[in-house]
Design a binder for this molecule. Sequence first.
Ligand code: GLC
Length: 617
Amino acid sequence: MTDKKNIEDAVFKTRFARHYEELKSIYSRFYGEESPYFDELCGQMEKWASERSEDLKKLDREREASPDWYKDQNLLGMMMYTEQFADNLKGVKEHLDYVESCGVNYLHLMPLFDSPEGRSDGGYAVADFRKVRPDLGTMEDLSDLAAECRKRGISLCLDFVMNHTSEDHEWAKKARALDPEYMNRYFFYDSYDIPREFEKTVPQVFPTTAPGNFTWLPEIQKYVMTTFYPYQWDLNYANPVVFNEMVNNIMYLANNGIDVFRIDAVPYIWKQLGTDCRNLPEVHDLVRMIRMLCEIVCPGVILLGEVVMEPIKVVPYFGSVEKPECHMLYNVTTMCTTWHTVATRDVRLLRRQLDTISTLPREYMFLNYLRCHDDIGWGLDYDFLRNFGIQEVPHKKYLNDFFTGNIPYSFAEGELYNSDPRLGDARLCGTTASLCGIEYASYRCEKDMLNKAIGFDLMLHAFMLTQSGLPIIYSGDEVCRLNDYTYKNDPNKAEDSRYLHRGKFLWNDAADRENQDTVAGRFFSVLKKLEDVRKTEELFASDAQMWTIDTWDDAILGIVKEKNGKKLIALFNFSEYDKTAWIDEGFVPYVNLMDGEKIVPRGVNLPAYGFMWLKGC
Ligand code: GLC
């Protein structure tokens, strides 16, 4: 026993020694050379490391030995709301067979910690980082679920909402009672003088549903900084207690078996007057410290950064080879550019985006997705689009009109989100199936149209699975979940159209996935085949080289992937017409990976919204 303890101490010390100098120097820059909080933090980390269970320590060792484990092409993700999928955490545990039947081995559960009803922003206003929302279960249920996932080889991802707490958090309550120690954990102002200065340079996240970045608290006659909703109070990371306590919360959850932390809204965590309060250098230092602390205490744990920004702002969150920050980041620009391509049937911008991504080091791991719990924001490369005479404001209007069915030929059934008439801006909500026309065609019983819409949805998923990185399916998409309009009847949700695509999972649809006469069944079987091919063909590995090719038709996207002398040509027809991709790869036939047919890759015909994965023999 003593031997084992000595070895573990030695392991901890080695990990600690590896990062000590850098950690100490960054911490000192934030909180002073002789900060007692640094020693306190070190002591706390030692405690968390020693309290980690045998199971988790084993996982740490395995993952330390193969640090690229999360880049394995075998990984397939799904994100879901616990309550919508299976009522509570026990329900999720009971339905893990379903999750596995979808080929999923990475599960992201949306925020599930205690959060006041009606003031929760879908759980992103956390009142207690160590207490599960009572209707979803208990901490014990969470660690049980995590243990079961671990047994099945499923990695569990949770949000870590670090920019703010709920106004119901214990700290916020004490701050509201004017306890200075707790007020210092947030940003309080007696008058509007400083907030006014901030407002000159800080943009608004929710211009319609929560305008402004400050909230007036009449009972204490003070303003508090609230970048998101008024009930989400921004934390002050200039205070070492905030940093230490939030890191302790991460470690607490890591020791309960969480594998992946999605660090929510991370670009916002450092505030500086006179700036836009986004992506400031201090943010990177804070993330770097968290990365080091995880490597010291729980090296099996990885960080997923939620950076919903343009590529030039996203990539720095990977850090450098010597000083990495996040392990994974969302491929948000590719996601919104895909939807732009759906509406325009013009792949030129998407090609440019993919070519930009493929010039990045292969080590960078992106998380690819079509839809998630949030809206689609039109963060496109407008400088490039201007070459074609496309201007930002009218183009956003076109996209929003298209996706809300306000254009005669549109089949999409989306809704606007946070429409800002000042800037001519609005974002968009809706499920993949509804945006692809499955809802429109089903309700009108238009059979041909429905076939095309299912094909479109499949093509988009095939495209997502072709990209390098970790693909994430939005729960329900695998069985073509349509929009859910019932949120409009709930006063707590009616204002927030993101609930349109946060509906209850329909278990009837799930049962239909076995039935080829249903939409769910037709979709699911092909999606499953796509996933299986992706998991087994080495050309889908994240380190395969990738570039786009000209198909001589702006509606058809052509991607080439290459690894170990093998080649894949992937073609995607974004138009409603049957088309020919005018590629010429010689006379040697390629294999269509979906049906095994041989095809000579010269002038390849694709049906409307069709796709093809062709592998060189
Ligand atoms: C993230 C979440 C979003 C939430 C916001 C505030 O962007 O994805 O749903 O509203 O953070 O926490």
